[in-house]
Design a protein around this ligand. Structure first.
Ligand code: AVJ
Length: 322
């Protein structure tokens, strides 16, 4: 795979974000994108196989079952861009369906180099596909992909796995608008979004029995220790997943078990924690099926079709740029 690899998050960017997030007055925070280093990406792969966490399997089931129908409704010929490819496993179904119709260029856009590598290993055996990876932030990468489009070629953008849920609602709507502005009329976006479900089911999904999600969350501190020479004592922080009923989201936090001081030399900062204080590390917003259609419409897309899983409420939405 050809990779346009100007690293999107070199150490100094991580250091700057850690410093900003941990010195913020009020709620401390760390951006969720830093969960996905090599260890974090591997832990997420394990999460997606846990019985309690049905999200990824629902996404994959929908793509496997409906790939032909999806592809039939995509105006073509197309080049495929994927925002946050992850392992690329579920993308296979869409690419294989497309390849029955045309040779396909596939451009995964990922800030995680290890995820890009995984995705290339996973998909390089499909004959009629050319993979060119972009190690970039989503919108930067999409702009570059759009610049590569050939005359008469549409873009088919994949934004799967409910990554949209990591934005709060206004930011998610804004992001869809930004994507729309990069696209041309008739281009399409396949958006996978996790739907609202009972609190108990969400709690189990984000605080699993085995502790894999806890390890995934704590790895953020371990990563700061590795890359920023920080001295977080991981045994003194607890993984907490809470339901925010008003925001209709699950929030992940790391809670300080006692009063403590942590120094992070590469970020040039020393941080104090009081007992019980938390670092907010991720929010996972849940949508209703109608809300996705409405939000997409406001961003300049028409929803051509929606597929909902019968085992785990999750929606695949095919959106066409108007
Ligand atoms: C990859 C963003 C979809 O929101 O469920 C899984 C990340 N965090 N367990 C999600 C995640 C904790 C996941 N997404």
């Amino acid at each position: 795979m050809l990779v346009h690899a100007i690293p999107a998050s070199p150490t100094y960017e991580f250091a700057a974000d850690v410093r900003a997030g941990l010195t913020k007055p009020g709620q401390k925070e760390l951006p969720s994108k830093y969960l996905y280093d090599e260890v974090g990406s591997a832990l997420f792969e394990v999460i997606s196989r846990l019985p309690e966490y049905g999200l990824t399997r629902a996404d994959e089931r929908l793509l496997r079952r409906h790939a032909d129908e999806i592809v039939d409704r995509v105006p073509g010929p197309v080049a495929v861009a994927e925002l946050g490819s992850g392992s690329g496993k579920k993308t296979r179904w869409v690419l294989e369906a497309l390849c029955r119709r045309q040779r396909t260029s596939y451009y995964p856009v990922e800030i995680s180099r290890s995820a890009l590598a995984m995705c290339e290993r996973e998909l390089s055996d499909i004959d009629a596909v050319t993979v060119v990876g972009f190690e970039r932030e989503y919108l930067d990468g999409l702009l570059e992909v759009a610049a590569c489009r050939k005359p008469g070629q549409h873009l088919f953008v994949l934004f799967l796995g409910s990554t949209i849920g990591n934005f709060d609602r206004p930011a998610g709507a804004e992001f869809l608008g930004e994507v729309r502005r990069i696209l041309q009329t008739g281009d399409s976006l396949l958006l996978g979004a996790d739907l609202e479900k009972p609190a108990a089911q969400l709690r189990a999904a984000y605080d699993d029995e085995l502790g894999v999600t806890a390890a995934f969350n704590l790895n953020l501190l371990a990563r700061a220790n590795r890359e920023l020479d920080a001295d977080f004592d991981l045994s003194q922080f607890a993984h907490v997943a809470t339901i925010n009923a008003r925001a209709r989201s699950v929030e992940m936090h790391l809670q300080s078990r006692r009063r403590q001081t942590v120094s992070i030399p590469v970020a040039e900062v020393v941080v104090e924690f009081f007992e019980g204080e938390t670092i907010w590390t991720e929010s996972c917003h849940k949508y209703s099926a109608e809300e996705i259609v409405r939000t997409a419409r406001n961003a300049g897309f028409a929803c051509a079709a929606q597929w909902i899983d019968d085992q785990w409420p999750f929606a695949e939405n095919l959106l066409i740029a108007q």
